[in-house]
Design a protein around this ligand. Structure first.
Ligand code: DX5
Ligand code: ZN
Length: 223
């Protein structure tokens, strides 16, 4: 399965969001990762359904919305109406995880589940057959530009084995946080199918296209 790259717009220039998203799409991005933060579940506040609604007509790429919010069930209908293609919720924010995953799917949106770096993977055991995507956070959520937490690679491998041993190869294994040319190959080799990349795509060092090419070369070396 070829590795997909999902630029996280948290690191983009919000004064030129549509333009930068179009640039990422033209440069071969596969998904657009939208980091939603409420200032409660994480100590940062970002964007909500109105921004997703304005981004929807600008791109044909799947809008991969990562909900770092308390009580996500309240806003899931608004994000679905705004055009989200995937909605990923935190196990730590959902006492009724099965009900909330079903709520997402009943709205025709792909359902994802994610967990903070110190939350055991065992928290996923019962819900794995019900989801379309599992997101491994390889940083503590809330900000772009953080260091990749080294123990994440082992977690990715263990989750890969959990999915494969249950015949759940169809479930996307997305990894999010601190990914760049220096570790993209390691993360892909551990079993990821989607890499979320923020500051290594949107930065002052190089263009979006050049940064995406550098990443792609690491995960799909020219044969
Ligand atoms: C962190 C977010 C990540 C982050 C990734 O809470 O969920 O998606 O924006 O940004 P980088 O790639 O810079 O770590
Ligand atoms: Zn994210």
């Amino acid at each position: 399965m070829s590795i997909k790259i999902a630029p996280s717009i948290l690191s983009a220039d919000f004064a030129r969001l549509g333009e930068q998203m179009a640039e990422a799409e033209a440069a071969g991005a596969d998904w657009i990762h939208v980091d939603v933060m409420d200032g409660h579940f994480v100590p940062n506040l970002t964007i909500g359904p109105p921004v997703v609604r304005s981004l929807r007509p600008v791109t044909n790429l799947p809008l991969d919305v990562h909900l770092m919010i308390e009580s996500p069930e309240r806003l899931i209908p608004d994000f679905a109406r705004a055009g989200a293609d995937r909605l990923t919720i935190h196990v730590e924010a959902c006492p009724h995880l099965d009900r909330t995953i079903r709520q997402i799917r009943e709205l025709g949106v792909m359902a994802g589940v994610t967990l903070n770096p110190a939350t055991p993977l065992s928290a996923l055991e019962e819900i794995l057959p019900e989801v379309d995507l599992v997101l491994i956070l390889s940083v503590n959520p809330g900000f772009g530009g953080q260091e990749y937490l080294a123990h994440s690679t082992d977690r990715i491998g263990r989750l890969r084995r959990m999915l494969d041993s249950r015949g759940l190869e169809r479930v996307e294994l997305e990894v999010d946080g601190g990914i760049g040319p220096q570790n993209a190959a390691e993360v892909a080799a551990a079993g990821a199918t989607v890499l979320v990349v923020g500051s290594a795509v949107f930065n002052q060092e190089a263009s979006i296209a050049a940064n995406l090419t550098a990443l792609r070369e690491r995960v799909h070396p020219a044969s």
